[in-house]
Each structure stands twice: as C-alpha cells, then as structure tokens.
Design a protein. Structure first.
Length: 387
C-alpha cells in the first residue's frame, strides 16, 4: 500500500555549521557510529583486516586509541556497506557485529563465504567478549549485508540478507538478542525477494519494537518497503511500500535504504537512493511520518548537479530529522559528505575538500549533539554537526 499524507512539520533550530573533523583512525574503512544520551559516541570500523572499536566521552572531541574488538585473522574486508555495525543499549552495553570467516578451508578461497558474528562489551569498550555467530544457518548469508540496532531495554536486533530458503535471490533474516548478548534467539525469515546487494535499514522504538526498511528484488522498479513489528521483534506484522514515485531501478544499485525513529517514538524518517531523475542518476529521497503515515518523498539535495547515495538518518535532541549522504556535486573524484535537516532543508558540507574522496556516512545523536562518521581519503573521520 502506498502511503500518501502530509509531511510532519517540526519546529527546531536551523542547520548548524559543521565543526572541524577529527581523524579517529588512519588507514581504516567502513565505519559505523552509535551514541548514548550522556554525550558518548562509539565507533566500529575495519583496520588491518580486523574489527576495531574507538569511543569518545566528550562529544567526539577526543577518541580512545583503536582497540581490537573482533579478530578477523587479518582478512576482514568491507566494501559497499559490508563493514561492521555497532549499537549501544540502555545499559551502555556495546554490541558489534561483522561478517567474518573462521572456517580455515573456506578462508583459503578467493571469495570466502562469511557468517555474521557478534562481540559484546559490558565495560565501556575496554574489553570485548569472544565472537558468537548470530545467523543460525551457516554460509547462508554470503553477501554479508546487515544492520544492527539496540533498544533502551537491552534488546538488540540484527537483520541481514539470507538465502537459506532460496537457490536464487535473497530473503531477509532477523534475530532478537537479549541478556547483554547471552541469549541469541531463533532466526526469523521475512520472505523476499530482497534486492541482492542492498543492505537493509533497521531502527528500534522506545518500546523495543523494530522497523526494517529494505529494497525489493525483481525485474522492475525495486520499490522501498517498511516492515513493522508490534510484538518486540517476534515477527513483522505490517509491510508497506514507501515510495510513491517510480524508482526506475531494475537491478541492484548496492545502496542501502535507512530508517530512524525519534526519541519519543512519534516520528519516523526513511531515506533511500533511486534513479527517478534519469538513468543511473543517483538521488537520495527521504520522507517523514507521524503515527506511521508518511508524507510525499523529497530530494535531500539542493544542488543542480551531482548525484547522491548511501544515506544515513538520525533525529536530534529537538526531534528534528537529519539526513547525511555521499554527494558528487564537486565532481566524481571529489565525492564528499553533505547533510540536511528536515526543518530548513538547507544542505551543509560535512566533509572538507581537502579530505580526499569521502563515503559511507553514519549519523548518531548523543544527547544534545549530532555527529557523523565517514571514510575520508583512506581514514575514518568524525565531525560534529549539531548543535
């Protein structure tokens, strides 16, 4: 069902000028960001073929030295959003998931099949547990495309592309994790076809109910669908098509859609990339909702040239939705990160022109502060953009 209603109007401060960037780790890639209400940011990324963690307790001004969180035997690789994911629950437990291959025979292959593993820290990122596999059908999530989100009550959810029930195409696998990572539930399957190489988006509301956003598979249009759980992630009871305009995508674009839920649970934001502006012209669209009813989508970019992709979403402390994305308005070789808020729609440059080619942004809100992490010319960088 296509949902067509008015966009939520939110009153808040206008877009802020970004602060100076901080390089968290040279020679790193595929970062992901999480945050807590006390102003702490938490990052996971790939470095030297392993999964590392770094944290900041002062709104991103300083960061801890990168700590090995998950030993990938030097063979962990990313690319097109195949890196690690990080989430923090209401108890400040840190969860990191990543695709890793621990099968010695499989690891010798040119393209080894990886499974999804999780490590947990209950001491603020000082130490991490041994890795535990979360997909209970080994070697059935070979694309390694997944997302992770935590609820305030300590429940954690992961979703991924899964082919255990298919010879071709993908379904959506999901799992609920509780007791600070000690209890990994039975995997559930949301039947596809799901787009073959687009990671799903995931968010959890204050009541512990997850929402998953994904791009459908198939030969035409490849629309964006939202699955909603009302029973704490036991199942997804409502699945709605979000885009009203034709995406004009008939093959996998390798670009994950995203969903975010406001702190009070009253507003939802979704974002995705499509080709409605023309063949292979990548534009990020986003839409806001109140009470589950979405308004018409709008382009995130205010530029006349360039394309966008790989969006990320977060709500700030005032309940304003923000979107960050890759943008080529400066040219393909000078791809940067831009962001906009849902009130002013004003685009701001997050990355500087001297940072090299930038990509894969992730937004997170730490109390009253909003930050973005991204790849920056072979490094992992962070920038505070609000307030």
């Amino acid at each position: 069902m296509i949902l067509r209603l008015m966009v939520v109007l939110v009153l808040a401060a206008p877009a802020a000028a970004p602060k100076e960037p901080t390089v968290i780790s040279p020679g790193a890639m595929q970062p992901h960001l999480a945050a807590t209400d006390d102003g702490s940011f938490h990052a996971a990324f790939i470095k030297e073929g392993n999964i590392f963690y770094s944290g900041s307790s002062d709104l991103g001004k300083t960061w801890s030295a990168p700590l090995l969180a998950l030993d990938g035997r030097g063979k962990a690789t990313g690319g097109m959003q195949r890196g690690p994911r990080i989430a923090v629950d209401g108890k400040k437990t840190i969860y990191i998931t990543a695709p890793v291959c621990f099968d010695d025979a499989e690891a010798t292959k040119k393209y080894p099949v990886r499974d999804l593993y999780m490590v947990v820290s209950t001491d603020g990122g000082k130490t991490f547990s041994k890795p535990v596999e979360i997909n209970d059908a080994p070697k059935k999530a070979p694309e390694s495309l997944h997302w992770l989100a935590a609820a305030p009550n300590g429940d954690v959810f992961a979703v991924w592309l899964d082919l255990r029930n298919r010879e071709k195409g993908q379904d959506l696998g999901y799992v609920k994790i509780s007791e600070q990572g000690k209890k990994i539930g039975k995997n559930g399957i949301l039947p596809g076809p799901i787009c073959e190489c687009c990671a799903p988006g995931l968010a959890v509301d204050a009541k512990g109910n997850p929402m998953v956003l994904y791009r459908e598979g198939g030969k035409t249009n490849r629309s964006i669908f939202l699955g909603v759980s009302t029973n704490g992630g036991a199942s997804f009871s409502r699945i709605n098509r979000i885009n009203s305009g034709d995406t004009k995508i008939d093959a996998c674009p390798m670009d994950a859609p995203q969903v975010a839920i406001s702190r009070d649970g009253k507003a939802t934001a979704v974002a995705w990339m499509d080709f409605r502006a023309g063949s292979n012209v990548r534009h990020v669209q986003w839409s806001l909702a109140s009470g589950g009813k979405f308004g018409p989508e709008a382009s995130a970019s205010d530029a006349d040239k360039g394309g966008q992709g790989h969006p990320s979403l977060a709500f700030d402390s005032q309940g304003v939705a923000w979107c960050a994305w890759e943008d080529t308005r400066r040219g393909l070789n000078a791809q940067g990160i831009f962001a906009a808020d849902s009130k002013t729609k004003k685009n701001i440059a997050v990355s500087g022109e001297n940072e090299g080619r930038c990509g894969y942004p992730t937004l997170a809100s730490a109390g009253g502060a909003l930050g973005v992490i991204y790849e920056a010319g072979g490094n992992v960088a962070f920038r505070l953009i609000a307030p």
